[in-house]
Design a protein around this ligand. Sequence first.
Ligand code: G3P
Length: 216
Amino acid sequence: MKFFLDTANLAQIKEANDLGILDGITTNPSLMAKEGIKGKEAIDNHYKTICEIVNGDVSAEVFSTTFNEIIEEGKKLAAIHPNIVVKVPMIKDGVKAVKWFTDNGIRTNVTLVFNAGQAILAAKAGAAYVSPFIGRIDDTCWDGVQLVAQIANIYSIQGFKTEVLAASIRNANHIIQCAEAGADVCTCPLDSILGLLKHPLTDIGLAKFLEDAKKM
Ligand code: G3P
């Protein structure tokens, strides 16, 4: 399973990249706004900077919701760097645009996916990635991880090449569950990745080893 970081924060991107386990980045308008990125030039420059730090796919989301506008915006985003993947919302014009991008050699990530039907449509349109939102499904008292398993199973049965990118990850356990459910990619906040490191017995064991090492 690939590890993507779900942020537009450059310090966090550098920290995860330095760990040596980072395969890519996903962003969305909320994450870009959180970093105070405003205006087309600043947005493009920010994506360029991220692409220069990380050697992997970087999802950049369109703000448009009509076919022609999504195509124009997506073409410009894709031209920023070869690693840019155009992130498109799961709406009717979005699906049509994904098919157009696929036919024209531009890779896409279909976002805001909340059921298997939407995931089938994204795959039929040729998306490189489909993004089911695990945490937001859990918030509605459904099982987000179960959706990842269902999509992975359908794609395997049908031979779809679209990668299942588990998004809206809220904790380290989500990452483990998504790996078990067959996700190809997990896009996570840095805290959730760092949460995988933690176990009290590791800390206790290391303290004891270091104490005993002084006796050697
Ligand atoms: O990748 C989508 C993700 O950013 C949504 O996460 O925590 O806002 O549901 P969250």
